[in-house]
Each structure stands twice: as structure tokens, then as C-alpha cells.
Ligand binder design. Structure first.
Ligand code: HEC
Length: 130
């Protein structure tokens, strides 16, 4: 009897040890999204709009509006890996501005933001994709 109790205890412990690392990244990415949302409200919303749909008040006058992030119809392949809109591409566009990659001059680069802040912004943009 004692033996099966040990086995049950060990199995439970193993299950817990497997589940905890699975949940940790979820918590961390949720925090990134929240932090990114705050940054987005401060730096990006006037053009990209509250929900990232590209209809912010400043964009009303733009010939070329930012695309709706929900559609994930990204334009830039900044690292020439034949994939547009990878995490690295979004981070490059945010840091250096679209004009650096042949895009609009209207959006400045945000070289003043830290790597972590840019990661948080990318996480927030991803959370808007449908
Ligand atoms: C002054 C207006 C303005 C502000 C402020 C602005 N953007 Fe943009 N953004 C644009 C425009 C316009 C485009 C479209 C560029 C193009 O198609 O050439 C764009 C494009 C982008 C793209 C391109 C994605 C792709 O590959 O199609 C990303 C990512 C982006 N913006 C993120 C941000 C983030 C994050 C911020 C805040 C830190 C920000 N933008 C602030 C106007 C702005």
C-alpha cells in the first residue's frame, strides 16, 4: 500500500513540475502585452488608432494610412529572410522607422526605446492580430 502512495505522490509531483514551466511564459507574455499597450497608447495611438486599426486622429490626414494590425498584412521584410512582419521586422521598423526600409517618412523611428520596450510593443501588436 505504501508503495502505491509513493507512486501517486511522485506522479503528482511530476505533473506539477511539468505544468509550472508551461504556465510561466504565459504569465510573462501577458505582462509584455500589458506593458506594450501602455507604450502604444503613449507613442503610437495618435496614428495607429486605439485598437491598432490605423485610424488614429493624426492618420486622418495621411495619404498612406498605417494598416490595421488585426489583419497582420505586414509590408516590411527588414532582414531579407523572405518573411514580412516577423518579430525582428516589426522591431526594426519600430526602432528605425519605415523610411529606412523604403516606406513612409511619416512614422519616425523610436531609437530612444529600450530593447525590452520594443519587445513589449511587438507583443502588443501580435495580441491585436486576429
Ligand atoms: C506619425 C504617425 C505614426 C506614429 C506616431 C507611429 N506610426 Fe507606425 N506607421 C505609420 C505609418 C504611416 C505606417 C505605414 C508605413 C508604410 O506603409 O510605409 C506605419 C507602419 C508601422 C509598422 C509597419 C508594419 C508593416 O510591416 O507593415 C509598424 C510595426 C508600426 N508602424 C509600429 C508603430 C509603433 C509600435 C509605434 C509607436 C512606438 C508607431 N508605429 C508610431 C505611422 C505612425
Amino acid at each position: 500500500m505504501k508503495y502505491s502512495g509513493d507512486v501517486l505522490g511522485r506522479t503528482l509531483l511530476q505533473a506539477i513540475l511539468v505544468v509550472i514551466p508551461l504556465l510561466l511564459p504565459l504569465g510573462a507574455s501577458g505582462q509584455n502585452v500589458d506593458a506594450g499597450k501602455l507604450l502604444f497608447g503613449t507613442y503610437c495611438e495618435t496614428c495607429h488608432g486605439e485598437n491598432g486599426d490605423g485610424n488614429g486622429p493624426a492618420a486622418a490626414a495621411f495619404m498612406l494610412k498605417p494598416r490595421d494590425f488585426a489583419l497582420a498584412a505586414y509590408k516590411f521584410d527588414t532582414d531579407a529572410d523572405w518573411k514580412k512582419g516577423s518579430d525582428a521586422d516589426l522591431a526594426n521598423v519600430i526602432r528605425h522607422g519605415p523610411a529606412t526600409y523604403g516606406g513612409s517618412l511619416l512614422m519616425p523611428g523610436w531609437a530612444n526605446l529600450s530593447d525590452e520596450q520594443i519587445r513589449q510593443l511587438v507583443a502588443y501588436i501580435r495580441s491585436l492580430e486576429r
